[in-house]
Design a protein around this ligand. Structure first.
Ligand SMILES: C[S@@+](CC[C@H](N)C(=O)[O-])C[C@H]1O[C@@H](n2cnc3c(N)ncnc32)[C@H](O)[C@@H]1O
Length: 400
């Protein structure tokens, strides 16, 4: 007669010895238990950072790896111990934070039951004991619970989640926005509805988008008596990303609101004028044409050098992220920039070397740096007339 018990035991130990890689610790109460991972032999797991994961029928965009690499470096640099990945999908962002930073607690939330099941499988697959999966509307969760750090990475606009995130986040708030057309002024009405601000399409549209997102976030935080301190702001490919420090203080929140303002833009000569109040001149100071008004938007600093330098230490070997953050750290803190080739087009000149134009501005005593927002961008406190003069002078030298 077959001894079923012994056959089962043999099979179990055979399995155990030969499939150790299929057992992962899971935490039930205070104790850890080995859990067997059932998976389809033919299933190809994805890999990003230190995580193996699946994203079957769940959103995953591998091109956002850069964003997540920088996110992991930011969480490491800030010493975050309690992090909410509010819109998790496969969970890859929160899973990477949990494994690569090894922080105390990561909550991964998604409203989709499919995503929730996927997150749970990915937690077990990676043997993570510091993660909690939740299947909930992110707004409801963020209204109920506080987290030291909240991260929003939605489809398109983060605008429907910013009020609840401003309430939930105690020390840090990170936001990705992929709706660049409304933010940057290409879809004016949509931008106005979502961000309660007038976005205007300009040569410096990427920074316009970032500052409009920062502006709405500053206002939502101020409603909670919280002030914001931008640590890192960048716009690449199809998205804007902001990483903010937060302090609870009515006085500091008032000071945050004082950093909001407007930009009066001339579509004819490309000049712009920063305004603290809604008191536009209506006429360009350079060419007297009618101007358009963008805002309210954030006019304060958008990069924090010490923080970025800390992040850079955690991005060794990641060339693209390093280049991006080095440029962010080196950018001058004057709002907006001029586009070298657009000005040359308007002046009917063949562009000379951008570095020569920048040297000429520097020699005349103006602050001047490149910007990550645009390869041909010149960030300077000089007015358009001075930039045009430098471009003409560089062009003369270039052609003589
Ligand atoms: C862009 S994906 C997230 C990508 C993910 N952060 C990553 O790095 O791969 C957005 C996710 O938000 C989820 N979602 C949409 N509305 C939600 C809501 N109100 N509450 C929670 N999750 C929501 C969607 O199901 C989707 O999985």
């Amino acid at each position: 007669m077959i001894n079923f018990f012994s056959a089962y035991t043999k099979t179990f130990f055979f399995e155990w010895r030969h499939n150790l890689n299929r057992y992962r610790p899971i935490k039930l109460g205070e104790r850890l238990y080995p859990a067997y991972i059932f998976f389809n032999e033919r299933m190809n797991y994805l890999r990003e950072g230190a995580i193996s994961f699946e994203a079957q029928n769940v959103f995953y965009n591998p091109t956002m790896k850069l964003n997540r690499d920088i996110c992991v470096a930011s969480v490491k640099s800030l010493g975050i111990y309690d992090y909410l990945d509010a819109l998790s999908a496969s969970g890859i962002r929160g899973l990477r934070v949990a494994k690569e930073v090894g922080i105390e607690k990561v909550v991964l939330n998604d409203i989709s039951p499919q995503a929730y099941q996927c997150i749970k499988r990915n937690i077990v697959l990676n043997g993570l004991t510091n993660c909690l999966a939740i299947c909930c509307n992110a707004n409801a969760l963020m209204h109920k619970r506080h987290f030291q750090a909240v991260d929003l990475d939605p489809f398109g606009s983060p605008s429907p989640f910013i009020a609840a995130a401003a309430r939930s986040a105690l020390a840090y708030l990170m936001i990705t926005a992929t709706d660049t057309a409304p933010l940057c002024g290409a879809h004016f009405n949509s931008g106005r509805r979502k961000y309660l601000a007038n976005p205007v399409k300009t040569d410096y549209h990427k920074e316009m988008g970032a500052r409009i997102l920062l502006g709405l976030t500053a206002r939502e935080l101020a409603r909670q008596d919280k002030a914001m301190f931008p640590l890192l702001t960048y716009a690449v490919e199809h998205y804007v990303r902001i990483c903010l420090g937060i302090k609870r203080s009515a006085k500091l929140a008032d000071e945050s609101l004082d950093k909001l303002g407007y930009v009066e833009h001339c579509r004819v000569c490309g000049s712009f004028n920063i305004l603290k109040e809604t008191s536009p001149k209506g006429k360009c100071i350079g060419c007297s044409s009618a101007t358009v008004l963008a805002g309210p938007l954030w006019l304060g600093n958008i990069q924090e050098r010490d923080f970025i330098n800390q992040c850079l230490k955690h991005l060794k070997g990641m060339e693209r992220a390093t280049r991006l953050l080095e440029t962010c750290a080196s950018e001058d803190e004057v709002p907006f920039y001029y586009d070298h080739h657009s000005i040359c087009d308007r002046l009917g000149l063949t562009p000379s070397k951008i570095d020569r134009v920048m040297d000429l501005l520097r020699e005349s005593g103006w602050k001047v740096t490149r910007t990550h927002f645009a390869g041909l961008g010149i960030k300077t406190d000089a007015a358009i007339n001075d930039v045009e003069a430098a471009i003409k002078a560089a062009s003369l030298n270039h052609n003589s």
